[in-house]
Design a protein around this ligand. Structure first.
Ligand code: NAD
Ligand code: TYD
Length: 355
């Protein structure tokens, strides 16, 4: 079996659902259930013995060690993190606690477990750390895309905390020989993404007839990847990645935020003709920029394609269509996750900017 951390969040839940749809290897899912973790994401697995959920913190070393002893997973895949840049700007403490101290404690538990395994199990074991392209910093318009050898230059408390965790993972391989793999992926979108991130937030606000906040002038560029493609890349790296190596994952879909928001608006005009506001583009509101806002991210994903034969299945157009359709069909999910805590967040982040 495998142990997944953060499997009740956006990417972790998609990963577990895809994993168990593709095979029968059981998953232990360790998740603290922060505001971003939601067991409703895993509802299709209710009563499924292949999924074992454990509410716990990756920073709880004893608990993790006990779980590892009990289940003897052949791999640990670490998705657990605080993941939202804007929240890291308002309150970086939790990001240091989970992403840095938590990853350190998780690595310590895994190292203790791994070091007493028999040689064949040690050799087959993997610790796969899921990270982000944001550790590489910000690109100018003509700069080449981030490769695995681009120097780290994180700019936000979020990316700095992820960079620190990447360095710890690297050090545990270099120093202790722990068989690690690291993936650095671009911006994901798709079903089950919490509506604090750009794409689900815009869909949610547009359906409610609320302003669509675009930071600054909307010219910042992100490289978008459908979440199912990120999950297939992780499966492939787990299966065939070279121990100690880093793999960049991206969709070759660079878009400005304004293009993303306008695409969503045009799609909703067609798919949601009963909306109180058509065209949805009339709701676009340029708001105060994010402090230290990275201008451009772009991923050079040639290594994973060349060495592991992975390429994405979705184009931006096909992925975004599926995503909008999913949010339209899952308004109950959106209503559940946008209750109390979510409203507090919206009033903190958009204070003075939005009506
Ligand atoms: P998310 O915020 O949706 O989910 C994070 C999950 O981790 C939640 O279920 C939460 O309850 C859990 N968690 C948080 N702190 C924990 C702790 N201390 N112990 C155990 N569980 C804890 O995040 P996501 O978007 O699914 O991202 C997953 C991973 O992928 C993160 O490591 C993130 O840095 C990375 N990543 C995300 C993106 C993206 O676009 N979302 C892109 C590249 C990499
Ligand atoms: P986000 O989804 O938070 O991901 P990240 O900051 O990790 O890239 O934001 C994606 C882009 O969208 C980023 O450039 C910030 C911008 N953005 C807005 O313009 N308005 C918003 O309300 C949000 C949440 C993000």
């Amino acid at each position: 079996m495998i142990l997944v951390t953060g499997g009740a969040g956006f990417i972790g839940a998609n990963f577990i659902l895809d994993w168990l749809a593709a095979g029968n290897e059981p998953v232990v899912n360790l998740d603290k259930l922060t505001y971003a973790g939601n067991l409703e994401n895993l509802r299709p697995l209710q009563g499924d013995a292949r999924h074992i959920f454990v509410q716990a913190d990756i920073g709880d070393r004893e608990r993790v060690e006990t779980l590892l002893r009990e289940h003897r997973p052949r791999a640990v895949i670490n998705f657990a993190a605080e993941s939202h840049v804007d929240r890291s700007i308002h309150g970086p403490g939790e990001f240091i606690q989970t992403n840095v101290v938590g990853t350190f404690n998780l690595l310590e538990a895994v190292r203790a477990h791994w070091s007493q395994l028999p040689a064949d199990e040690q050799a087959a074991f993997r610790f796969l750390h899921v990270s982000t392209d944001e550790v590489y910093g910000s690109l100018g318009p003509a700069d080449p895309a981030f490769s695995e050898t681009t120097a780290y230059a994180p700019n936000s408390p979020y990316s700095a905390s992820k960079a620190a965790s990447d360095h710890l993972v690297r050090a545990y391989h270099h120093t202790y020989g722990l068989p690690v793999l690291t993936t650095n992926c671009s911006n994901n979108y798709g079903p089950l993404q919490f509506p604090e991130k750009l794409i689900p937030l815009i869909i949610h606000n547009a359906l409610a007839g609320k302003p669509l906040p675009v930071y600054g002038d909307g010219s910042n560029v992100r490289d978008w990847l459908y979440v199912g493609d990120h999950c297939s890349a992780i499966r492939r790296v787990l299966e065939a990645g070279r121990v100690g190596d880093v793999y960049n994952i991206g969709g070759c879909n660079e878009k400005t935020n304004l293009v993303v928001v306008s695409t969503l608006c045009a799609m909703l005009d067609v798919l949601h003709p009963d909306s109180p506001v058509i065209p949805h583009g009339s709701l676009i509101a340029f708001v105060k920029d994010r402090p230290g806002h990275d201008q451009r991210y772009a991923i050079d994903a040639r290594k994973i394609e060349r060495e592991l034969g992975w390429t994405p299945s979705e184009t931006f157009e096909s992925g975004i269509k599926k995503t909008v359709a999913w949010y339209l069909d899952h308004q109950d999910w959106v209503a559940h996750v946008t209750s109390g805590e979510y409203r507090n967040w919206v009033s903190t982040n958009y204070a003075g900017n939005m009506t």
